[in-house]
Write a protein that binds this ligand. Structure first.
Ligand code: G3P
Length: 216
């Protein structure tokens, strides 16, 4: 499973990229607002830092506007993925951009039927939002399983990019469900390495090593 980072914070991206664990980045208008930065400027910097796909979202809600913005965003760098909402207009824009060879990520996916439409429109990625379904007491992971089954039934190549991930448990469940990508907030990614027994075991090894009086 590929790891994308769900952030527009350059410092966080730079730090995490050093681990070699970062396969791509996703941004959205809320993350851009949080960064306090100029959208085009920050996305340009991210593309220069990370060679993998970098999702940048359109703001227009009509197909023509999405195409204008999508083409402009795609012109920033060759690793831009144009993020479009899964609406009728978004699906039409997806087909047109796909036919032009531009990568697309259909976002705000909350049903398997929406994901089916995204695949048929030629999307490179579809982004089902797990956490926001969980917030409504609906099992977000069931959506990932259902999309996986549908895509495998018909050999669709659209990648399932699990989004709205809120916990380490979500990441593990996505990997078990066969999501192609999980886009993970930096804090959650860092939490994946944590285990109480790792900390305890390390403390005990270090104490025993100290007692030997040796040096490496
Ligand atoms: O990639 C979309 C994601 O950022 C949404 O996450 O936590 O706002 O539901 P959240």
């Amino acid at each position: 499973m590929k790891f994308f980072i769900d952030t527009a914070e350059i410092a966080e991206i730079r730090e995490l990229a050093e681990t070699g664990l970062v396969d791509g980045i996703t941004t959205n208008p809320s993350l851009i607002k949080q960064s306090g930065r100029d959208f085009i400027e920050v996305v340009t910097e991210i593309c220069a830092l990370i060679p993998g796909p970098v999702s940048a979202e359109v703001i227009a809600t009509d197909t023509a506007g999405m195409l204008t913005e999508g083409r402009r965003l795609a012109g920033i760098a060759s690793n831009i993925t144009v993020k479009l909402p899964i609406t009728w207009d978004g699906l039409k824009a997806c087909r047109a951009l796909t036919d032009e060879g531009i990568a697309t990520n259909l976002t705000l996916c909350f049903s398997a039927n929406q994901a089916l439409l995204a695949a048929k429109a030629g999307a490179s990625f579809v982004s089902p939002f797990i956490g926001r379904l969980d917030d409504l007491q609906v099992d977000g992971m069931e959506l990932i399983h259902n999309i996986r089954t549908i895509y495998d039934n018909y050999g669709f190549e659209t990648e399932i990019l699990a989004a709205s991930i809120r916990s380490a448990a979500h990441v593990e469940a996505c990997a078990l469900a066969g999501a192609d990508v999980a886009t993970i907030p930096p804090k959650v990614l860092k939490s994946l390495s944590q285990h109480m027994l790792t900390d305890k075991g390390l403390a005990s090894f270090l104490a025993d090593w100290d007692a030997t009086g040796q040096k490496i």
